[in-house]
Ligand binder design. Sequence first.
Ligand code: ZN
Length: 75
Amino acid sequence: MTSREQVLEISASATSFTAVCEACATQDSEEGFSRSTFAGRLELDLDHGTFLCRRGHQVRVERVERPAAAAEAAA
Ligand SMILES: [Zn+2]
């Protein structure tokens, strides 16, 4: 059994997110369900974190660079 870590990117200003667990989505589709989502929260002072979906699959969450601030700096 292979364990593949899913990486989810959230926006620079996001503190909470809702994600689809890919492992659960695969499992759910096999069992006839539509898809599986889970919610998490990442405080603004954290750049990344690791979360578990409701079935315990590991999902890594990474905060992307701040595109708005970068655009303003370039303009
Ligand atoms: Zn899962």
